[in-house]
Design a protein around this ligand. Structure first.
Ligand SMILES: [Zn+2]
Length: 244
């Protein structure tokens, strides 16, 4: 499902929700009130309007906390809390988004174990990064070096979405198509996989997934990979996933 289809679904669901809340749009003021209700509904349900927007948001919050810690505007405890919050919020949101993208409509609360593991793994890096920030601040090295780190970290948002699509797609027998992202240069592996349609289960069995750095199945290592898996009704690629 492409992001636009997702928006439509979100609006549809939100409209139903508004009706159930007894909100009918008559004036401009109602519209503002409704938009507020819709956005909080969308956030609650974890419906993503635009994955790239969400990734950028994640990058921004990481960056802000890194900068504040570097400038000693927050102390170490606050830095840790903030980073934990960022990771938990964004990873959970990405996990919901992936489930929605493949049309998994059931309650996902019984399926949170994998994302908890990704979260726990990611949280391992918080202290190390914090130490590097402190060292850089003490040495008078610029904070900008950590901004590219925030960008790399934020790419895990897309990774979790893709992982969720494989996970939930497998549960409902969905087909997923590999699509190249906007990166100008693509590695040979990603280029060979572009446009391939296979069952989520197959992608999982071969261990092929976008991002996931360090990803030893991709020539690019997954570091700056911005490929995606999308749910599709296109026919399965004949001969299956090529060996790459
Ligand atoms: Zn890629």
């Amino acid at each position: 499902m492409n992001p636009r289809a997702n928006v439509l679904l979100g609006i549809q669901a939100a409209t139903e929700y508004l009706k159930a809340q007894g909100i009918y749009i008559k004036s401009r003021r109602d519209i503002f009130a409704s938009v507020k209700v819709i956005s909080s509904y969308i956030t609650q349900k974890g419906i993503a309007i635009d994955a790239e927007k969400t990734r950028r948001h994640y990058e921004r919050v990481l960056r802000n906390d890194i900068r504040d810690f570097y400038n000693q505007e927050i102390e170490v405890g606050e830095y840790i809390d903030a980073m934990i919050g960022n990771i938990e919020n964004q990873f959970t949101r990405a996990w919901h988004e992936g489930a929605e993208n493949v049309g998994f409509m059931e309650d996902i609360s019984a399926h949170l174990q994998p994302v908890m593991e990704y979260i726990a793994e990611e949280e391992n890096y918080i202290l190390d990064l914090g130490q590097q920030i402190l060292d850089a601040a003490a040495a008078g090295d610029p904070v900008q070096q950590f901004y590219s780190r925030a960008e790399l970290w934020s790419n895990r948002y897309n990774e979790i979405v893709n992982e969720a699509e494989i996970y939930f797609g497998k549960l409902i027998g969905a087909r997923l198509i590999w699509q190249l992202g906007a990166t100008e240069e693509h590695c040979a592996t990603c280029a060979a996989l572009d446009g391939i349609v296979a069952l989520a289960e197959e992608w999982e069995r071969l261990g092929l997934h976008p991002q996931g750095a360090p990803n030893d199945k991709l020539e690019c290592g997954g570091w700056r990979c911005d490929c995606s898996l999308f749910e599709t009704t296109d026919p399965l690629t004949e001969g299956g996933i090529p060996s790459v």
